[in-house]
Design a protein around this ligand. Structure first.
Ligand code: SER
Length: 857
C-alpha cells in the first residue's frame, strides 16, 4: 500500500460503517481552547466534544495534518536523529460523538488492521490503561487477543490534548517487528525499537480543567489516531519513516539540491532527513497561513526554516535550498493536498526570502562566535547569547548547537535571565490587567441552558429579546441585533431597555462561540434576568461599518486582480470610520498598482450590483470558489457573501444591499507590517467625502494665497520655485561682487603687505572667505579681520602666507583672549579662526593683532 491507497482504505472502511468523511482542517486551529497548532484529528471537533455545538453527524473519519512542535511535545531536536519523529505528520482517525464507544471502537480497529491492512494478529500487542478492565475485557473476550499480549500502562495510556481540554484513558496497538529488533516482553518490558505503537484509541470522556481537575464531558466519545507514516513504514516493511513513499522522494530532493548522497555517512543522513522533514513542514505551514515571525506560530516556522538552512550552510551548500525542498514536497503531497500546487509560487517566495535573510544572519553570527572561540573562551556568556538572539536574530538553539560542536558551554541560566528581564520590560509596557478566565463557567452554563444567542442583526436593527443574565458589566440576551466582534468587524453599540432600566451597550463580543456578550453601562434604573428588553443598535454607526465591510471585500478582490491570487487575507479591521486590510504580498505596491486597485474597486461600486449572503454547505462554497482565509468553520454550513458578481467570500459579517451603497472607496495608505505582510487602509462613504472636502479646502487656500485658480496651483508653485532659484543665484553673484569691491578697498590700505580691519554684519564664513581672498592677492603677507556678526558674538580670522613666516594663530591669540574667547592652534598654520563674546573690546583686540603683525601704531 502506498500513502494514497492507505488514506483511501482507512477512511473508506469507516465510511462503510456510517462515518462522515471530513476533510483535514488547517494547521491553525480556531477554537479558543485549541493548542498552538492542530495537534490531533480531534481538534476540529472540539465544539462537539465539549458540547458547545451539537454534532452534525454522530460519527466521522478524517486524515488530519498535524504539527506537534512546541505545543505539548517539543521534539524538534529529535527530528532526523531517530526513525519516527516528524514535524508534520498525518493522522488517520475515526470519531464518535456520543454514539458508539469502546465495545465498537475496539473491534473496528482490529478488523481494519488484520483484514484490510493484512497484519498478522499474532504480532499485535495491546496496551490499556491500568484501571480500564472494560477495554481489556473487550480485547480479550470479544476480539480474542490472548491475555499475555494485553498489557497495562499508566500515564502512557491516558491521552490529553494539552494542559487543559478533552482527555481520557486510551488503548494502543503495537506491532512486533521481530526478535532481530530487540528484547521481547511487549511494549511494557521489551525494546522500543521492536514494538512500534501505531494506533491510539482514546475513550474521551473528561475535560481537564485549569486547576488540574477532571470534569466529565457531556457525552462519551471515541477519538482514535493512527500515524499515517508509522502505519506505512510497517506496511511497506521499512525500518523507518524516512524510507516510505511520502518521505524518501523528498530526501531525494534534498540530495539533489545539496549534492550529497543519502546513506553515505551518518551525519549527512541526519542532515538530509532534517532538510526533507523541515521542507515538508514549512511547505504545509505556509500553505495554511503561517508566516515567519518572532512570535508563536511564526516563530516555530522560522525555527524550522532556519534549522534547515543551517544544515545546508554547514555542508557548504551555497545555493538556496528551501525552494527546492518545497518543490519536492509539493511533487509528493499534491495528490492528497491539491491546494499546495496552487500556492507553490507563493510558498516558494516566502521560504526563499527567509533563507536569504537568514544566510546573512548566519554569516554575521558565525563570525562573532568564531572570534569568541579564537579568543580562547570556554563559555559563551548569557549576555552574548542574548545579543546574538536579540540583535542578530541568531536563535539560542543554534548558539547551543554550535557551542556544543566546538566543545564550549553556553550560560543558559544567564541567557534565560536576560530573556526574563526582557519579558518583564515587555509586560510593564503593556499595562493592561489580566482578567482572563473569569466567568468562563458562567458562559458555559448560559450556553448549556439557553443555547447560542439568536442573531437577528443581518436584517433588523431593533428587536425584542429576553435578558438571560447580567454578569458584572456583561449582559446576555436570548436574541439580539448586536453584531459580536468577529471576522475583523467591530462589535455593535447601542441601547438595551426594559420596563425598569436602560443600559448603554459599549461593545459586543463573543463570550464563547455563539454566545453574544453585550458590555453595558446601566444608565437608568436596573435590568433583571427574565425581563423583556428592546435592543437597538446605533444604526448610523452600523451603516458605516457595513459600507466598510463590503468595501473590504471589494478591495480584497481588486488586490487579487492586480497583484495575483497569492494575496491572502492575514487580518482586517472593519470599523465605522475606516477599514484596514492586511494581506500577504512580498513587496510594496507601485503607485500605479495602487491607483488600479482603487479604480477597479470604484468601478464595482458604480456598477451597483447587488450583494447576496446565504448559507450553504462547505462543499458548495468550495465549488463556487469562495475564498475562506481563516480556513475551517465548524459545522456543515458556512455563510457565503457575494459582493457583486466577482467577489465571493465566506464571511459572517454585515454588508450593504448593493455595491453603490458603499460610496467612494479611497485608499489612504499602504505599507509593510512585517515580512511579506502588507497593510492597506481605506475609507468609504461619508469618510471618503470628508477627506475630499478637507483636501479641497486645503487646495483652495493655497490657490487663494497664490492668487490663481486651484487647477493652476502646481504650475504656479513650480514657477515660484524656479524664480526663487534664479533670485538666489543672482543674490550670490551680487554678494561676490560686493566682497570683491571690499577686498579691493582693504588691499589698498595694506601696510607692508598686512591688513588688519574690522568688518561687521557678515557671517563667520563670510569673514573667513574675505580674509583668504585678500591674503591670496599679490604682495599680501597677512590679514586679520574681526567682526561682530549679526546676533552677537565676535569672530576673529587670521590668514597668512607661507613666505611671510607669520603663524596665523600667533596673530590673534591675544586678541581672542581680549574679546573673552580663545583661539585654537589648528592644523593649518596659515589660517586661524577664533570666537569671543565681548564685541565692545573688538577694536582694542584688533590693535593687539596689529602689534602682533608688526604694524602697530
Ligand atoms: N487524539 C489521539 C492522539 O492524537 C487519538 O487520535 O493520539
Amino acid at each position: 500500500m502506498d500513502a494514497n491507497q492507505l488514506r483511501r482504505a482507512f477512511t473508506g472502511f469507516f465510511v462503510e460503517r456510517g462515518h462522515t468523511l471530513v476533510p483535514s482542517s488547517g494547521l491553525i486551529p480556531h477554537h479558543p481552547r485549541a493548542p498552538l497548532f492542530t495537534n490531533a484529528g480531534m481538534n476540529q471537533f472540539l465544539p462537539y466534544l465539549l458540547g458547545e455545538e451539537s454534532p452534525p453527524y454522530p460519527r466521522a473519519t478524517s486524515v488530519q495534518k498535524c504539527v506537534r512542535i512546541r505545543g505539548k511535545d517539543d521534539d524538534i531536536e529529535l527530528i532526523g536523529r531517530d526513525n519516527t519523529h516528524l514535524s508534520l505528520f498525518e493522522m488517520l482517525g475515526n470519531f464518535s460523538f456520543g454514539d458508539y464507544f469502546k465495545a465498537d471502537a475496539i473491534p473496528y480497529a482490529w478488523e481494519l488492521v488484520t483484514e484490510i491492512f493484512g497484519l498478522d494478529g499474532d504480532r499485535l500487542w495491546i496496551t490499556v490503561h491500568v484501571d480500564d478492565d472494560e477495554a481489556a475485557d473487550i480485547w480479550h473476550d470479544e476480539v480474542g487477543v490472548p491475555v499475555e499480549r494485553i498489557q497495562r500502562m499508566g500515564g502512557d495510556n491516558f491521552w490529553e490534548m494539552g494542559e487543559t481540554g478533552p482527555c481520557g484513558p486510551s488503548s494502543e496497538i503495537y506491532y512486533d517487528k521481530g526478535a532481530e529488533y530487540g528484547r521481547e516482553g511487549g511494549p511494557l518490558d521489551g525494546d522500543e525499537g521492536r514494538f512500534i505503537e501505531f494506533w491510539n484509541l482514546v475513550f474521551m470522556q473528561y475535560d481537564r480543567q485549569a486547576d488540574g481537575k477532571l470534569a466529565a464531558l457531556p457525552r462519551r466519545n471515541i477519538d482514535t489516531g493512527a500515524g499515517l507514516e508509522r502505519v506505512l513504514s510497517i506496511l511497506q516493511g521499512r525500518d523507518s519513516v524516512w524510507d516510505i513513499d511520502v518521505l524518501r522522494p523528498i530526501i531525494g530532493g534534498a540530495e539533489s539540491v545539496t549534492g550529497r548522497r543519502y546513506g553515505a555517512d551518518a551525519d549527512t543522513d541526519v542532515a538530509l532527513r532534517i532538510l526533507a522533514d523541515h521542507g515538508r513542514g514549512m511547505t504545509f505551514l505556509i500553505n495554511d497561513g503561517v508566516f515567519p515571525s518572532n512570535e508563536d506560530r511564526g516563530y516555530v516556522l522560522r525555527r524550522i526554516i532556519r534549522r534547515a538552512v543551517r544544515q545546508a550552510f554547514q555542508m557548504d551548500v551555497e545555493r538556496l535550498v528551501t525552494p527546492a525542498l518545497v518543490a519536492a514536497t509539493i511533487e509528493v503531497m499534491a495528490d492528497a493536498y491539491p491546494e499546495l500546487a496552487r500556492n507553490h509560487d507563493f510558498i516558494s517566495g516566502v521560504v526563499q526570502r527567509e533563507e536569504e535573510r537568514f544566510r546573512h544572519t548566519l554569516r554575521a553570527g558565525l563570525v562573532l562566535l568564531d572570534d569568541l572561540v579564537a579568543s580562547g573562551t570556554t563559555s559563551i556568556s548569557g549576555a552574548t547569547a542574548f545579543h546574538l538572539h536579540d540583535t542578530l536574530g541568531f536563535p539560542i538553539e543554534l548558539t547551543r548547537e554550535i557551542a556544543r560542536e566546538r566543545g564550549i558551554d553556553v550560560d543558559l541560566a544567564g541567557f534565560e535571565s536576560e530573556m526574563d528581564q526582557q519579558r518583564r520590560r515587555a509586560r510593564e509596557a503593556a499595562t493592561r490587567s489580566d482578567e482572563a478566565g473569569t466567568g468562563a463557567e458562567t458562559y458555559r452554563e448560559l450556553l448549556d441552558q439557553f443555547g447560542p444567542t439568536e442573531f437577528v442583526g443581518y436584517s433588523e436593527y431593533e428587536s425584542k429579546g429576553r435578558v438571560l443574565a447580567l454578569v458584572g458589566d456583561e449582559l446576555f440576551l436570548d436574541r439580539t441585533p448586536f453584531y459580536a466582534e468577529g471576522g475583523g468587524q467591530v462589535g455593535d453599540t447601542g441601547t438595551i431597555v426594559t420596563d425598569t432600566g436602560r443600559a448603554e451597550v459599549l461593545d459586543t463580543t463573543y463570550a464563547l462561540p455563539g454566545l453574544h456578550s453585550h458590555r453595558v453601562r446601566v444608565v437608568e434604573g436596573g435590568l433583571t434576568p427574565g425581563q423583556e428588553a428592546t435592543a437597538t443598535i446605533d444604526a448610523p454607526r452600523r451603516e458605516a461599518i457595513r459600507r466598510n465591510h463590503t468595501g473590504t471585500h471589494i478591495l480584497h478582490w481588486a488586490l487579487r486582480e492586480v497583484l495575483g491570487t497569492h494575496v491572502k487575507q492575514a487580518g482586517s479591521l472593519v470599523a465605522p470610520d475606516r477599514l484596514r486590510f492586511d494581506f500577504s504580498h512580498y513587496g510594496p505596491l507601485a503607485p500605479e498598482e495602487l491607483v488600479r486597485v482603487e479604480a477597479l474597486a470604484n468601478e464595482r461600486v458604480l456598477a451597483n450590483e447587488p450583494v447576496r449572503a446565504y448559507e450553504t454547505t462547505k462543499e458548495e462554497a468550495e465549488r463556487i470558489g469562495a475564498i475562506a482565509f481563516f480556513g475551517d468553520k465548524y459545522g456543515e454550513f458556512v455563510r457565503v457573501v457575494e459582493a457583486g458578481g466577482r467577489s465571493v467570500e465566506l464571511c459572517g459579517g454585515t454588508h450593504v444591499g448593493a455595491l453603490g451603497m458603499i460610496g467612494p472607496i479611497t485608499v489612504v495608505s499602504e505599507g509593510s507590517i512585517g515580512a511579506n505582510l502588507r497593510r492597506i487602509e481605506a475609507l468609504t462613504g461619508e469618510a471618503s467625502f470628508a477627506r475630499f472636502r478637507r483636501r479641497d479646502d486645503t487646495l483652495n487656500r493655497a490657490a487663494a494665497l497664490l492668487r490663481v485658480t486651484p487647477d493652476e496651483v502646481p504650475e504656479r508653485i513650480e514657477k515660484a520655485l524656479e524664480e526663487r532659484r534664479a533670485l538666489e543665484h543672482e543674490l550670490e553673484q551680487v554678494r561676490r561682487q560686493a566682497a570683491g569691491g571690499d577686498a579691493d578697498r582693504l588691499a589698498a590700505d595694506a601696510v607692508d603687505g598686512v591688513v588688519v580691519a574690522r568688518r561687521d554684519g557678515g557671517s563667520r564664513d563670510d569673514l573667513r572667505e574675505l580674509a583668504v581672498a585678500l591674503r591670496d592677492r599679490p604682495g599680501m603677507r597677512a590679514v586679520v579681520l574681526g567682526g561682530a556678526p549679526d546676533g552677537g558674538g565676535v569672530t576673529l580670522v587670521a590668514a597668512t602666507t607661507k613666505e611671510s613666516g607669520l603663524a596665523a594663530y600667533d596673530l590673534i591669540v591675544d586678541a581672542a583672549r581680549t574679546v573673552g574667547g580663545g583661539a585654537g592652534k589648528g592644523k593649518n598654520p596659515e589660517l586661524s579662526i577664533a570666537g569671543g563674546r565681548d564685541a565692545s573690546k573688538l577694536d582694542a583686540a584688533l590693535e593687539q593683532a596689529r602689534a602682533a603683525a608688526g604694524i602697530g601704531r
